[in-house]
Write a protein that binds this ligand. Structure first.
Ligand SMILES: Cc1ncc(COP(=O)(O)O)c(C=O)c1O
Length: 378
C-alpha cells in the first residue's frame, strides 16, 4: 500500500482557511496594544457565555487553571475529597491535588469511557466536596444521574469540558449543567488558541467573581487583594483569535461529526473493533475519534505501529490510568482497583480527526486498518 501522510490534526490547514480574519484580528490587537485582559477578553467572554448558555464566562490561562480556580471558587480546599474518573488527562486530578484536596477515583462505564454515575454514591464521605465528570473525547458524561447524586449529598459538580466544547447533553451545552464548566483552548481542542488558554463558565455570580479575583492575584479592585490568588489571565491576542474561530465552531463541529459518522459506518461491523458509544440524546463534539480493539489477535499497539509506518498518525488517550501513575502512589490504589479503566487503557486508539479531514482520507485510514486487522488476525 502507498504510504500516505495523515496527521491527528491539521492546525495549519485550519489557519489557511481563515487566514485573513485571523491576521486582521491579530493586527487589531497589535495596533491597540492592550495585551492583558481588556476589551478583547471581555468581548470574547460575553460571546462564550452566550454560546454555552451560561450567565458568566471568565477567561484564564489554561484548562488546567480553569479546573483549579473553579474548584477553589466552589470552596474545595485542604483535606477535602473530590470524586472523578481515573481515565482522563492528569490535569483533572492535578487541579484537585493543587487545591490541597484528594482525588477519589470512580471506575468508568466501558461503553462510553466516562465516569460511571452508579459508582459515585458509595464513595461519598463527610469530606467529599465535589465531583468532576470529564466529557472524554467530547462525549458528554451521563450528567442527570451525576447531578442527582450530587444534589443528594450536597456536592458541587465541576464539568471538565476540555475536550467537549460545543457538545450537548439533552440539548444543553456541556458546561452549563453543573456548578461550573471548565474549558481548554489548547491548540488541538475544538476551539483552539495559538498558545494556551482556558475558561470557566457558570451561572453562579459568586463562582464567577471568585474565579475573576483568583486569576488576578486575588484582587477585588486594583491593588486591593481579598483572596490568595494567582496570575492566570487569558491574554488579549488569544481572545481575539478565539473570537474569530468561535464563529466557525459549529460548522467545524458538524464536520467532525460527519467524519465520525463515516468512521462509524466503515468500522462499526468489524470484528474486534468497538466504537466508543454516544448516547442517542447526546451530541458529541468529536474532539477525538476513539476506537477500542479487543477480542482479536491484533493488539492495539501492533495496529498503531502498522499505521504509523504507513504515515497515519494515531494517539493513545490514555495509556495508564491515573490510579496507577507513580505520582499517585501515596493514594494507595493497586492494579485491579478499576478494571474497566485498566481494560480501556490497553484497548483505546484515537484516529486522525479534524474538520478538514476528507472522505478519501478516512477511507484510506480505514482500508489500512482493515488490511492490518486481516493480516494479523487472518
Ligand atoms: C480532559 C482534560 N482536562 C484538562 C485539560 C487541561 O487543559 P490545558 O491543556 O488547557 O491546561 C485537558 C487538556 O489537554 C484535557 O484533555
Amino acid at each position: 500500500m502507498v504510504v500516505v501522510n495523515i496527521p491527528m490534526t491539521d492546525l495549519n490547514g485550519q489557519y489557511q482557511s481563515i487566514k485573513s480574519e485571523i491576521d486582521s484580528a491579530i493586527s487589531r490587537v497589535l495596533q491597540h496594544s492592550q495585551f492583558i485582559l481588556g476589551q478583547e477578553v471581555k468581548t470574547f467572554e460575553k460571546q462564550m457565555a452566550a454560546y454555552c448558555g451560561t450567565k458568566f464566562a471568565v477567561g484564564v490561562a489554561s484548562g488546567t487553571d480553569a479546573l483549579h480556580l473553579a474548584l477553589l471558587a466552589c470552596g474545595v480546599g485542604e483535606g477535602d475529597e473530590v470524586i472523578t474518573t481515573p481515565f482522563t488527562f492528569i490535569a483533572t486530578s492535578e487541579a484537585i491535588v493543587n487545591c490541597g484536596a484528594k482525588p477519589v477515583f470512580a471506575d468508568i462505564d466501558p461503553r462510553t469511557c466516562n465516569i460511571d454515575p452508579e459508582r459515585i454514591g458509595p464513595l461519598v464521605t463527610h469530606r467529599t466536596k465535589a465531583v468532576i465528570p470529564v466529557h472524554l473525547y467530547g462525549q458528554p458524561a451521563d450528567l442527570d444521574p451525576i447531578l442527582a447524586v450530587a444534589r443528594e449529598h450536597k456536592l458541587k459538580v465541576i464539568e471538565d469540558c476540555a475536550q467537549a466544547l460545543g457538545a450537548e447533553y439533552e440539548a444543553k451545552k456541556v458546561g452549563s449543567l453543573g456548578d461550573a464548566g471548565c474549558l481548554s483552548f489548547f491548540p488541538a481542542k475544538n476551539l483552539g488558541a495559538y498558545g494556551d488558554g482556558g475558561m470557566v463558565v457558570t451561572d453562579n455570580p459568586d463562582v464567577a467573581e471568585k474565579v475573576d479575583m483568583l486569576r488576578r492575584h486575588g484582587a477585588k479592585g486594583t491593588y486591593y487583594h481579598g483572596l490568595r490568588g494567582f496570575n492566570s489571565r487569558l491574554d488579549a491576542l488569544q481572545a481575539a483569535v478565539l473570537s474569530v474561530k468561535l464563529k466557525h465552531l459549529d460548522k467545524w463541529n458538524d464536520m467532525r461529526r460527519r467524519n465520525a459518522a463515516l468512521y462509524d459506518s466503515l468500522l462499526g461491523q468489524v470484528d474486534g473493533i468497538k466504537l466508543t458509544r454516544v448516547e442517542g440524546h447526546n451530541k458529541p463534539s468529536c474532539n477525538y475519534y476513539t476506537i477500542r480493539l479487543s477480542g482479536t489477535r491484533l493488539s492495539r499497539d501492533e495496529l498503531r505501529t502498522h499505521l504509523e509506518s504507513q504515515g497515519i498518525q494515531t494517539m493513545v488517550y490514555y495509556p495508564l490510568s491515573l490510579h496507577l501513575q507513580e505520582v499517585y502512589k501515596y493514594l494507595g490504589y493497586n492494579p485491579g482497583d478499576f478494571p474497566e479503566s485498566e481494560r480501556a487503557q490497553g484497548e483505546v486508539l484515537s484516529l486522525p480527526m479534524y474538520p478538514e479531514l476528507n472522505e478519501e482520507q478516512i477511507e484510506e485510514i480505514v482500508n489500512h486498518i482493515l488490511t492490518d486487522v486481516e493480516q494479523v488476525v487472518g
